[in-house]
Ligand binder design. Structure first.
Ligand SMILES: [Zn+2]
Length: 420
């Protein structure tokens, strides 16, 4: 490549990815990128690219989107210690009350480093806003978000982790967060003591959402106890108030254990309310099964039935090394893979659906414009060593590199295996 050709070509590229496979097309392709967008896909003949990546026949996909994570709590498990679940909750509240902005910022930065390296281009994070942490956690996440600007997009949900009736300070704190520019309000009605209080919780959240013209992203029925009906409660109130299309429901695990006719009725309401659903298969696989219910559930709501009904269902990772979930490492391929396992998705089309639940479906939920691998789309891409999705899922962590806005921003080297 000569300096002259770089300067003179009419199609000067910032980046050229050669010899790549794509999900929906047969063959091998070059992908030309300029100005942060994909400008060419095919046999790109230009030699004037500032940078080149040889995909060597590997798959090039869009970057991943995690629609549900708790960034403020990552890596906080050691503050609480290895206690029983109920002991841990009380201690977690104390630990949270001692969070500082700098501490939250530092932990979130560690998590975002991992996320960028592994191909996450955007993340929607729930952030506790309650009597224990006030707005400290939110401030810490906002600072980390600023530091990662251009590397990963972080959308924040103001989340009343300690309830609404059980935490009378929460509504005003949520309002304050929304006045700071947060566009999403969360909820956790299941946390309240009885059904009336759950209704008050949902009603209050919808009031606040209406007041600020915000969207709703609510934890609904995160356990598999069939007497919890907060998904249906949310759907009923969304329909009643004409807020269709403005709410997302997370977990929805009780739906998995309702009798089929009840589940069908609730799914119908979810469709009418235009509610999007997020499953959290990794965290829920650990959480469910601890409630004494047999047979033990698989942790992922009725994802396939919701999808068949036309609901936009996405999958997120939820937590990393906090009291809610002990493990995780911010790898979106883990989430896609575990989506297959916990929902029983096994055909090629279903494996593809699980992948879409960590890419295009959450991108639609977050309203990310130009998310795709087509000319004109944003150059937010991942170049994988794997040549197809099954190989990607069975070779975690695998090797991949992450491109954001046409710039190489991170990568995973994978593990080295030695056969004896
Ligand atoms: Zn959550």
């Amino acid at each position: 490549m000569s300096d002259q050709s770089q300067a003179s070509g009419p199609s000067q590229l910032d980046l050229l990815i050669t010899d790549s496979r794509l999900l929906d097309r047969d063959g091998r392709f070059d992908i030309g990128i300029a100005g942060g967008r994909i400008v060419e896909i095919g046999q790109v003949s230009t030699s004037s690219a500032a940078r080149r990546i040889d995909a060597k026949g590997g798959l090039v996909t869009t970057s991943f989107v995690d629609p549900h994570f708790h960034l403020d709590k990552v890596l906080s498990r050691d503050y609480v210690g290895a206690l029983t679940y109920s002991e841990a909750f009380a201690r977690a509240r104390e630990a949270k009350a001692n969070f500082t902005v700098a501490d939250v910022e530092a932990r979130v930065c560690k998590a975002l480093d991992l996320a960028v390296a592994q191909g996450l281009g955007a993340i929607r994070s729930q952030v506790d806003v309650d009597f224990a942490t006030g707005l400290v956690s939110l401030e810490g996440v906002m600072r980390a978000r600023e530091r990662f600007s251009g590397l990963i997009d972080v959308e924040v949900v103001a989340f009343p982790q300690e309830g609404i009736v059980t935490d009378p300070k929460a509504p005003d704190l949520l309002r304050e967060a929304l006045r700071m520019g947060i566009r999403l309000v969360g909820g956790l009605p299941e946390f309240e003591a009885n059904v009336e209080d759950q209704k008050t919780h949902v009603r209050t959240i919808l009031d606040i959402a209406e007041e600020f013209d915000a969207h709703i992203d609510m934890h609904c029925d995160y356990t598999d106890l069939p007497h919890f009906k907060t998904l249906e409660m949310l759907a009923d109130m969304v329909i009643e108030r004409g807020l269709q299309g403005r709410a997302t429901a997370d977990h929805c695990c009780a739906l998995a254990v309702y009798p089929d006719d009840e589940a069908a009725r609730v799914i119908d309401k979810v469709v009418q309310a235009g509610i999007s659903v997020i499953i959290l298969p990794i965290a829920n696989l650990q959480m469910l099964g601890g409630n004494g219910i047999t047979p033990v559930n698989r942790g992922s709501s009725r994802a396939r039935e919701l999808l068949a009904a036309g609901v936009n269902v996405s999958a997120g990772a939820d937590n990393m090394y906090d009291i809610w979930f002990r493990f995780n490492r911010m790898d979106p391929v883990d989430t896609a893979y575990m989506t297959c396992l916990s929902t029983g998705m096994r055909t090629n089309a279903e494996v593809r659906e699980a992948f879409d639940m960590t890419t295009s479906r959450p991108a639609r939920l977050l309203g990310i414009e130009g998310h795709g691998v087509d000319v004109g789309c944003r150059a937010d891409l991942v170049v994988h060593t794997a040549a197809n999705l099954v190989d990607m899922f069975r070779n975690v962590p695998g090797r991949r590199c992450h491109i954001k806005g046409g710039r190489l921003v991170g990568g995973v080297e994978g593990s080295t295996w030695t056969a004896r």
